[in-house]
Design a protein around this ligand. Sequence first.
Ligand code: GUN
Ligand code: ZN
Length: 423
Amino acid sequence: MAAALYRAMLVHSLDRHSVEWYADGALLVERGRILAYGDYATISQDFPGVPTMDWRDSIIIPGLVDIHAHVAQLSGVGSDRADLLDWLEQVIYPLERCCADDDVAASIADAFFQRALAAGTTTIAAFAPPFESATERCFEVADELGIRAVMGMTLMDMNAPAYLVADSNKLIAATERLATRWHNHRRLHYCITPRFAGSCSFTLLRRCGELASATGLPIQTHLAESRAELELIANLFPESSDYTDVYQRAGLLTDKTILAHCIHLSTTELERLSTASPAIAHCPASNTYLQSGIMPLVEYLDRWNLRVGLGTDIGAGYHASILDEARTAREHAKLRRMSQQTLRVPSHAEAFYLATLGGAIALSLGDEVGNFLPGKAADFVRIRRAPYRTITTTDDALAYVLYAASDSIYATMIEGIPVWQKP
Ligand code: GUN
Ligand code: ZN
């Protein structure tokens, strides 16, 4: 593919606090990779004669990164229950059973990934259904649509309906087969996916830890989402000092682990997480939807130096937009600050970072995607600017993207190819 130059307003993160903004910018793409970015005047002079796409009515941002969602749960969005454990039992487990039919799984996966692309998500970490052939179909659909995905079959061997659980030997064998087929296949990565300690025996958790250590594969699971869940885990694992200890003893706390929610953690647990360096998937919409709690984001960033990304957590989360999650993360920090004035609210730059580069780093894909550094994959989103909106500073651009633009996405590009365009 020949080179192409996209002329538009550009904004991207260099790190958690630094953002670069170009009012009349340019992104130069060649063979799916970013060759250069900067001011249009400079780039067009340095690279003359490259065909130019005139997108001056738009802002280009890096592709959004959703680090936690469940494919099978798309059809259950909005099915409220009193709390996490009720919701799992009454809504989610019966719903996931539908994916025992591979064709149902494939059609849900198609809608799930299409919605993600339409929301500007170019990279997603997802729990596939708890069945091997349904997971196979989910990978096939993701591959066809071209989305970048980190995904694995959801594993359960206890404390859930018989139709969803299997023997740990069988689950590990299925995981190994799926990983062999899909890990590093084009834009896909396999992720070992024990659901949570509430539905996995210690044997299964330890086998997952051993497999991760032998293969270097990433791991995703849930940690400390609700108070009732903490009680359940304390009863199921009386030999563990706390919830984090269950995962640590099983070898699941690695720097390639993604832990969803992490709302109710003690200081000693946070100390251990800070050392082990897993990523935290912050899912603010889901956290209030299930009345689980409000995660102390600023403390995790400032005091514990944790790697944090954002997750839609479909289907406890009710929309596909990571921009909406970034905005909600700030709004939740404001809610906490209303009762505790010493707390701070993350800046626009930090919220934008969590939605892009922070998410990429959380998935260990920070060298590949997340911003416009030359050499990275050309994954980006075209957002149409409202003509009445004046943008004259970096912060104006970020405020517009975070608060007013999730419904103005016009195109989602992966490796320089449109994978979704507004109809
Ligand atoms: N904990 C264990 N399983 C799940 C799930 O499917 N969704 C959420 N939000 N939490 C969980
Ligand atoms: Zn989840």
